[in-house]
Write a protein that binds this ligand. Structure first.
Ligand code: GLV
Length: 392
C-alpha cells in the first residue's frame, strides 16, 4: 500500500487509476474554473496564528452535526457518479465514513442505490435530493430514503440546470462509459478498474434506472439534468419538500446572505450549507470561505451554518470553523481517496484531514474544535470583499 501523507497523494493515484472521463468529472469546475480555483486559493490567503507554551494534552475534534455525534465536524459531500470512480464506490465510502464516525451523504445521482447502500451499512446515512419535474418521482425518492433509514435530507438548491464543464462534453461523459475509440484506449490502461467494474452489477444511476419513467438517456448526467430537473424550484417548493420529509433538513448551495435569511425565514432548516457546488455551477461566483462570514451574520444562530467547496485539508477545516462555520463538508478529498484505493483510500483521506486538523489546532494553542474562533487566524483586511452594491 502506498504511503499517503496528504490529499495530493490520493489525487495523483486517482488520476492514474480511474478512467480519464471520471477523474475529469470530479476535478472540473464550470467554464473558466475561476470559482473552482478561488475556493482553494482564498483559503490560502488566511494565515494561522502560531501560539506557544500552551498545554496541548487532551485534545478533541469530536463535535455534533445536526444533533449527530461526529469524530470531527466534516461530512462527506454528496457527489454524483462515484460508483464510476471505483466499483461499488458509494457503498465503500459509506462504510468508511461509518467506521470513522463522520456522516456520509448519498447523492441522488449515485450509482449504488439508496437501498443498496442501506443494505451494506449499519448506521443511517444522509440523502441528497435533486428535485425533479416529476413530483411523483421526487416523492418516491423521499419515501425510499425514509424507508432506508436516512436520518437527514440535504436539498440541493444550486443545480436546477447544469453549469457547463467543458471536459465532460469533450470526454462524452456517461455512466457506464460508451465504448468510443478514445474511451477504449483510455480503459485499456486501467485494467484493475475495468476488472472490478466487470465484477459488479452496479454500473448505472441506481436511484433512477428502473424507477423513473420517460427518460431518453438515463446514462447521461447532462441529458437527465436538462430533461428532468425542476427549473421551477422556489422557496415554496423547498418548504413543501421539507414538510413532506418531516425530519432533519439541510439546505445546500447557499452563497448569499439574503438567500440565507430567506432559507431560515421560509423553511427553518436544521442547517444550511454555504456552497457553490465546488465551483461547478456559477463560474464567477464568490468562494465559499469568503461568503461564509456574511452568511453567519445573516443567520445569527438560527440554524447551523456548514461550509462546503474548497475543503482539501485539516487546515482548511480549521480555518472554516474559526471563521464561524459549525461544520464542514468535503467532496473531492474523499473522491480522490476512493478513485485511488477504494475504501482504504476514503479512510486515508479522512485520517489525513483529522490529523492535520488536530495538529494545526494544537499548534494554534487550542485543544478543542469548539474553541476555534477568529482569534486563531490572521485574516487579510477586506477578505470578505468590498463590492459595489454588494448584498449585505
Ligand atoms: C452534480 O451532480 C455535479 O455534477 O456537480
Amino acid at each position: 500500500m502506498p504511503v499517503i501523507t496528504e490529499i495530493e497523494d490520493l489525487k495523483r493515484l486517482h488520476r492514474r487509476r480511474a478512467p480519464r472521463m471520471f477523474y475529469d468529472y470530479a476535478e472540473s469546475g464550470s467554464w473558466t474554473e475561476q470559482t473552482f480555483r478561488e475556493n482553494s486559493s482564498d483559503f490560502d490567503l488566511i494565515r494561522l496564528r502560531q501560539r506557544v507554551a500552551v498545554d496541548m494534552e487532551g485534545r478533541s475534534t469530536a463535535a455534533r452535526m445536526v444533533g449527530r455525534e461526529v469524530a470531527m465536524p466534516v461530512a462527506l459531500s454528496p457527489v454524483g457518479l462515484t460508483g464510476m470512480q471505483h466499483a461499488d464506490g458509494e457503498i465503500l465510502a459509506a462504510q468508511a465514513a461509518e467506521a470513522f464516525g463522520v456522516p456520509f451523504c448519498l447523492s441522488t445521482m449515485s450509482i449504488c442505490s439508496i437501498e443498496d447502500v442501506a443494505e451494506h451499512t449499519r448506521k443511517p446515512f444522509w440523502f441528497q435530493l435533486y428535485t425533479m419535474r416529476d413530483e411523483e418521482f421526487t416523492s418516491a425518492l423521499l419515501s425510499r430514503a425514509r424507508a432506508a433509514g436516512c436520518d437527514a435530507l440535504v436539498i440541493t438548491l444550486d443545480l436546477q440546470i447544469l453549469g457547463q464543464r467543458h471536459r465532460d462534453l469533450k470526454n462524452g461523459l456517461t455512466a457506464p462509459p460508451k465504448m468510443t475509440v478514445p474511451t477504449m484506449l483510455d480503459l485499456s490502461r486501467r485494467w484493475a478498474w475495468g476488472m472490478r467494474m466487470l465484477r459488479t452489477r452496479r454500473r448505472f444511476f441506481g436511484n433512477i434506472v428502473g424507477h423513473a419513467k420517460g427518460v431518453t438517456d438515463a446514462s447521461s448526467l447532462s441529458v437527465w439534468t436538462a430533461e428532468q430537473f425542476d427549473q421551477r424550484l422556489d422557496w415554496a417548493k423547498v418548504r413543501r419538500l421539507a414538510e413532506e420529509w418531516g425530519g432533519t433538513v439541510i439546505l445546500k448551495g447557499i452563497l448569499d446572505p439574503e438567500d440565507a435569511r430567506r432559507a431560515v425565514d421560509e423553511v427553518g432548516p436544521d442547517a444550511i450549507i454555504v456552497s457553490n457546488h465546488g465551483g461547478r455551477q456559477l463560474d464567477g461566483a464568490i468562494s465559499s470561505i469568503r461568503a461564509l462570514p456574511g452568511i453567519v451574520r445573516a443567520v445569527d444562530g438560527r440554524c447551523e451554518v456548514h461550509l462546503d467547496s474548497g475543503i482539501r485539508s485539516g487546515q482548511d477545516v480549521l480555518k472554516a470553523l474559526a471563521m464561524g462555520a459549525d461544520a464542514c463538508w468535503s467532496g473531492r478529498a474523499w473522491v480522490y481517496g476512493l478513485g485511488a484505493m477504494g475504501k482504504p483510500g476514503v479512510t486515508a483521506a479522512l485520517e489525513v484531514i483529522l490529523k492535520e486538523l488536530d495538529v494545526s489546532m494544537a499548534l494554534c494553542g487550542r485543544k478543542d474544535v469548539a474553541d476555534l474562533d477568529r482569534s486563531v487566524l490572521l485574516v487579510p483586511k477586506g477578505f470578505e470583499g468590498e463590492w459595489e452594491d454588494g448584498a449585505a
